[in-house]
Write a protein that binds this ligand. Sequence first.
Ligand code: NAD
Ligand code: UFG
Length: 343
Amino acid sequence: MSNILVTGGAGFIGSHTCVELLNAGYEVIIVDNFSNSNPMILDRIEKITNRKVKSFNCDIRDENTLEKIFKENKIDAVIHFAGLKSVSESCQNPLLYFDNNIVGTINLCKIMQKFSVKKLVFSSSATVYGDTSLPPYNENMPTGSVSNPYGRTKYFIEKILEDLYKSDNKFSIIILRYFNPIGAHESGLIGESPSGIPNNLMPYITQVAIGKLDHLTVFGNDYDTKDGSCIRDYIHVVDLAKGHLKALSKIMSSQGLDVYNLGTGKGYSVFELIKEFEIASGKKINYIVGERRSGDLPCVYADTTKAEEDLGFKAKFDLRKMCEDSFRWQTKNINGFEDNITL
Ligand code: NAD
Ligand code: UFG
């Protein structure tokens, strides 16, 4: 079975993808600097899968260490999750984001090329569609009208990968544009563990549900949507992880550069998500309605046709399951990975 190097494999989406890879029989090599994750997750991944994971504490910008990893390990393909992802932090410190995300990716690609490892899956985001088209977003729509440095790093990296492929068509690259990943592994052993006050909706809701935060602020109820709140395409992180295995199968057997949305194709409003979470958890979610958050689009959801037709990928889990699994993870890990619960 192939050896897959997973950058950012200790993070939220990376860890769930490692579980799916290991369960499918792949050998996994994680490269992560743990800037937004906890090494404890490695034990959890091993516990879930009953398999060993090789891991390196390494920043992908560290050319010497990364090169050593490529020299000493047989690597057949790379899934590249490593990156910083906070929209607000990227506005305060854009250079950090350009350096970490873009320079990090260039460094990784240079070393891949040097060692003739030419199969790559990259984590992009629906944010690259910006506000020039209307949903459902399909992969042929224009990209680049992004409103923040984080989004710009995704757009620039997409362009860098396109140019890399044009210059060397022995590469086989898939760019995946994620919509809104939520949920957690059913075991409750791995999940999203943001540091500080969460920026994103689901971790905020779960922390209100367990009484860690007092109330949620719904960012605007005066959008031109069914109930005035914003609509997003929430996808279970385990479905998302499985999408990576489909992408991997494709790059292992062909050359080219392709882009795919990973979403469910269904949009839910903030109020609908709160309601579904209340049913799934049996908890009341206190909320107030606040101002709109700058940069938020009213409605974002995917056209999933291309991923279905080319990759055979279709998300399976519904919103109820996403809420149940997020709640289970949060109740078992009140402080995320800081809790170090006995396995
Ligand atoms: P995450 O922060 O949980 O995981 C990212 C991992 O990368 C972390 O473990 C972090 O320590 C590591 N990392 C960051 N910079 C690094 C570096 N220079 N060298 C080595 N490791 C580094 O985030 P996630 O939610 O799992 O997201 C994974 C990828 O998917 C990111 O690229 C993110 O931008 C992208 N994405 C996420 C979402 C989302 O809503 N979660 C949506 C669209 C795209
Ligand atoms: N929201 C609230 N209150 C909160 C947090 C969020 O009402 O406390 C609302 C937002 O206004 C938005 C929805 O919940 O309407 C979802 O917000 P998230 O922050 O969870 O997610 P976003 O859609 O803003 O952003 C996510 C990722 C980005 C990625 C983008 C792509 O966090 O990395 O999807 O569409 F770029």
